[in-house]
Design a protein around this ligand. Structure first.
Ligand code: F6P
Length: 525
């Protein structure tokens, strides 16, 4: 199998996009020529609506994109993922995050249910006070120590669902090996009532292990004995042996599996801090929302398949209009961490330049993804979206209902800003009196409108993006589930740490790296 540019549909799309450019086709003119454009270019699934009518897309181009997906065997690739085939070819593993959110009766894997039951019992014991620290006091603060997929998803979901938080427990997240991250968090906490979760699929990530050791020292300095430590630590990991060697009691380990990728792992025991914050019933609602989209992705025809449509629009913009980045703008303060979470999901998954067959890709692949919560972004980078020299497609996310009724008026302004930005990007202002005030418009965007922000809807939203990423990887013919580039950085950092530590026999580096190391030594002598 080859990449997408060899397919007949790719050639059709090249011709269509070329014609559109030559004719100077505008998105707003597509609305004038089709009074039902919104109906034709939107797709609804219960309380979730994808409006892609403000993309520069025609019926013909959309049909060719669907053909491209077929010619790239996307339906078979979706089946392969759900069947648990080893679609992560470079590591010979399945990518079965969908199995983590299948309803109890449908689970083929009994281990998943066992871990969920363990999580339920643990969450209950922390909340009812039967889990106690060394001094017999109940736990008041939980600190999740993890990074990348073991931090971004849980931290984002925990913040997003702040309105569902249970009383009596605060959940904190520490990821950075910069010591101030842990220190600033611990400054406000009491050792006797603090519990640490060491979240690491591999249990070998330097930042996480270093922070876990520092946390342990903090407890020991507060007067705990070695024997007390186990009462303040649990871990979620594949590498249970390493966690036990660290000092975590075997009964306080929440296993996960190789077939769950780090950036797809918030549905596994890595979601433990979420479950502690919102309770197990809500955590199961989050899983159910994701499962709802899994079923849709698996069964809907390509034309009406939300993640597939989202993926094809990105393929269109990057492949045929030279777009290299996408702005993600959730009009929701609660979702302010969503862009950071999606950055890992997209860029670790799609930042690849070699096809599944080991050849160089012939098309643009993973685009840069960035963004922040609206309306704040409007007062920083939106100027570039409106009048900059590049076209950057935007993806807006909004919720119809306000989080709480008393705030309905502010919420109306929030939505009004969201919708007016996509309108302004499309229409621009071409009658302006001076070139400086001329706003060209014709900037593509999609809007995902959800009825409300709750655990079920959030689960659905995140699963949409996971499947969008997979669909893009299938069409680009790359592996979405490995991250060899990141592994290289991890290895090199231990060698540089050795050199910074003055160790005999440390590796020698290029003059830049050696020079930086020399200055650190000089300035810290
Ligand atoms: O950032 C690289 C990475 O390997 C991610 O894929 C992963 O989510 C993160 O490190 C953390 O890894 P672990 O959970 O094994 O500590």
């Amino acid at each position: 199998m080859t990449g997408p540019s060899d397919k007949a549909a790719w050639q059709d799309l090249l011709r269509l996009s070329g014609d559109m450019r030559r004719q100077g086709l505008r998105i707003d003119s597509l609305f004038s020529s089709d009074p039902h454009r919104f109906r034709h270019f939107s797709c609804r699934l219960d309380g979730l609506l994808l409006d892609y009518s403000k993309q520069l897309i025609t019926t013909e181009a959309f049909a060719s994109l669907i053909q491209l997906a077929e010619q790239c065997y996307l339906p078979a690739a979706i089946d392969a993922m759900f069947a648990g085939e080893a679609i992560n070819v470079t590591e010979q593993r399945a990518a079965m995050h969908v199995a983590l959110r299948a309803p109890t009766g449908d689970r083929s894997n009994g281990e998943v249910e066992k871990v969920l039951d363990h999580m339920s019992a643990f969450v209950a014991s922390v909340h009812d006070g039967s889990w106690t620290g060394y001094s017999g006091q109940a736990i008041r603060d939980v600190v999740n120590i993890g990074i990348g997929g073991s931090d971004l998803g849980p931290a984002m979901v925990t913040e997003a669902l702040a309105d569902c938080h249970l009383d009596g427990l605060r959940v904190h997240f520490v990821s950075n090996v910069d010591p101030v991250h842990l220190q600033d968090t611990l400054n406000a906490l009491q050792p006797a009532t603090t519990l640490f979760i060491v979240a690491s699929k591999s249990f070998s990530t330097l930042e996480t292990l270093q922070n876990a050791q520092e946390a342990r020292r903090w407890l020991l300095q507060a007067g705990l004995e070695e024997a007390d430590i186990a009462k303040h630590f649990v871990a979620n990991t594949v590498n249970t042996e390493a966690a036990v060697a660290f000092g975590i009691a075997a009964e306080n380990l929440f296993p996960m599996w190789d077939w769950v990728g780090g950036r797809f792992s918030l549905w596994s025991a890595i979601g433990l801090p979420i479950a502690l914050a919102i309770g197990m019933d809500n955590f199961r609602r989050l899983l159910a929302g994701a499962h709802h989209i899994d079923e849709h992705f698996r069964s809907a025809d390509l034309e009406h398949n939300l993640p597939v449509i989202m993926a094809l629009l990105t393929i269109w913009n990057t492949g045929f209009f030279g777009c290299h980045s996408t702005a993600i703008v959730p009009y929701s303060q609660r979702l302010q961490l969503l862009p950071a979470y999606l950055q890992q999901l997209y860029m670790e998954s799609l930042g690849k330049r070699i096809t599944l067959d080991g050849d160089a890709v012939a098309t643009n692949t993973g685009e840069v993804l960035w963004g922040s919560a609206g309306t704040n972004g409007q007062h920083s980078y939106f100027q570039l979206l409106h009048q900059g020299s590049q076209t950057i497609p935007a993806e807006f996310i909004a919720f119809a209902k306000p989080p709480a009724e008393p705030h309905a008026e502010s919420h109306t302004h929030l939505l009004a800003n969201c919708f007016s930005q996509s309108l302004a990007l499309m229409a621009g202002d071409r009658d302006a009196p001076s070139p400086h005030r001329h706003i060209p418009g014709n900037k593509p965007s999609s809007t995902l409108l959800l009825s409300q922000l709750d655990p079920f809807k959030l689960g659905s939203l995140l699963a949409l993006y996971e499947h969008k990423v997979y669909a893009q990887s299938v069409i680009w013919h790359i592996n979405a589930f490995d991250q060899w580039g990141v592994e290289l950085g991890k290895q090199l950092s231990s060698q540089v740490a050795e050199a910074l530590g003055d160790n005999e026999g440390a590796a020698e580096f290029d003059t830049s790296t050696a020079g930086l190391i020399r200055f650190v030594k000089e300035w810290t002598r």
